[in-house]
Ligand binder design. Structure first.
Ligand code: UD1
Length: 365
């Protein structure tokens, strides 16, 4: 059996790493294709190193483009790779442009696709990721879901229940494995020496419009009067901030470069609260029991608000500040860990793939 993995952007790497390690233990032939959607060392290489992933066998080097051009480039460059490597199954991860592009290529070549992190829906089609999720799920042959709500979403869309496997959250496999290393991380810049709130923002809806971004940055500067703020800045956000005519954070916000996996996990662990618009961070904080305020109107990960520590405030700075102050006053939401977020998800996925491969083998006379 030969499995080909497609990764492209930062949030893919921590989902693919445990799959690659587990399938290696099963003795399965594997190929790793990096589309090159993310290419900066701080957005890509550091993750391969810290997650212990093998260097990609193929790098499509698509780089940053408009959505249409980036998706088309992945498709055009990935198709010959599939034809050349002839995998039995292609695994795609999450909801980035590379995910949907690779699924489209495989489905036209009749190569079975497994979607890891299937079934999530924000029900907000203005998010590019929501389009990628819908397209990928409707093309995939195996839908590996992280939670029961995802199964319900897929069934409502008419997807055959035989294709759906509720396996838990594969990103949590990585977290469980690397938590001891993250706990041992130290910093010499003083960030861990006093309480702080950790902030990340990179969604186009929050950072692309200068007025919205200015409003959010002002709110973050206000939060920094109550607690020091540490803000690792995504390249998209950095470019938008630099284009603003004037922004003064008042000195209370420590801007740092995007952090590698272990450093970011350590930053979450030591923080009093996290303010974010990321998807994965909502899940990591839920697992860690750290209060999370998500500056989005909706989430495709409702289990983090129902079971976990996550609260949605939309992009409204006043709601974010009110919620943050509640947390700092000690009224933090107590959450628990969702079922199957236990560090064994990659094994459950591997078992499904191996069993179905055995079933598909012709019976010899
Ligand atoms: C992408 C994903 C998003 C994910 C995020 C995590 C899509 C539609 N979006 O958004 O779901 O949460 O990754 O980071 O796939 N850039 C660099 N260096 C890099 C990569 C990007 O400087 O290594 C800059 C470029 O200016 C680029 C911009 O960031 O134009 C946006 O990159 P892109 O991959 O298009 O989208 P993200 O915002 O990173």
């Amino acid at each position: 059996m030969h499995i080909l993995h497609v990764v492209g952007a930062r949030p893919n790497f921590m989902k693919a790493a445990p799959m690659i390690a587990t399938l290696r233990e099963y003795g399965i032939q594997q190929t790793v294709v990096h589309t090159g959607q993310h290419y900066d060392a701080s957005m890509s290489d550091v993750f391969f190193e810290q997650l212990g992933m093998p260097a990609p066998d193929v790098n499509l080097a698509v780089g940053s483009r408009s959505h249409g051009a980036q998706t088309a480039d992945v498709m055009a460059r990935f198709e010959p790779v599939v034809l050349d490597y002839q995998p039995d199954v292609v695994l795609v991860y999450g909801d980035v442009n590379s995910t949907a592009a690779a699924a489209l290529v495989c489905s036209k070549l009749l190569v079975p696709v497994g979607h890891v992190e299937a079934g999530l829906r924000s029900f907000d089609r203005s998010m590019p990721e929501e389009i990628n999720r819908i397209v990928t799920d409707h093309l995939a042959d195996y839908l590996f879901t992280p939670s029961a709500d995802a199964d319900v979403n897929l069934m409502k869309e008419g997807i055959d229940s035989q294709k759906i496997f509720c396996v838990g959250n594969v990103m949590i496999d990585t977290l469980v494995r690397l938590l001891p290393k993250a706990k041992a991380i130290t910093r010499d810049d003083g960030v861990f020496d006093a309480p702080y709130a950790l902030v990340t923002l990179h969604r186009p809806a929050n950072v692309d419009d200068p007025e919205t971004l200015t409003r959010l940055l002002r709110a973050i500067a206000m939060l920094s009067r109550d607690i020091r703020v540490v803000f690792p800045v995504h390249p998209r956000t950095r470019a938008r901030m630099e284009a603003l005519p004037h922004w003064n954070n008042g000195g209370g916000v420590t801007l740092i470069d995007p952090a590698g996996y272990l450093d970011f996990l350590a930053l979450q662990l030591h923080s009093e609260l996290v303010v974010t618009d990321s998807g994965g961070i909502q899940e990591e904080t839920t697992y860690l029991g750290v209060p999370c305020i998500t500056m989005r109107p909706s989430t495709e990960r409702p289990v983090t608000t129902v079971v976990g520590t996550n609260v949605l405030t939309g992009s409204d700075p006043r709601r974010m500040l009110a919620e943050a102050r509640r947390v700092l006053a000690g009224e933090r939401k107590r959450g628990s860990r969702p079922p199957l977020w236990d560090g064994c998800t990659a094994m459950r996925i591997a078992d499904v793939l191996v069993a179905s491969h055995v079933e598909r083998q012709p019976v010899s006379a």
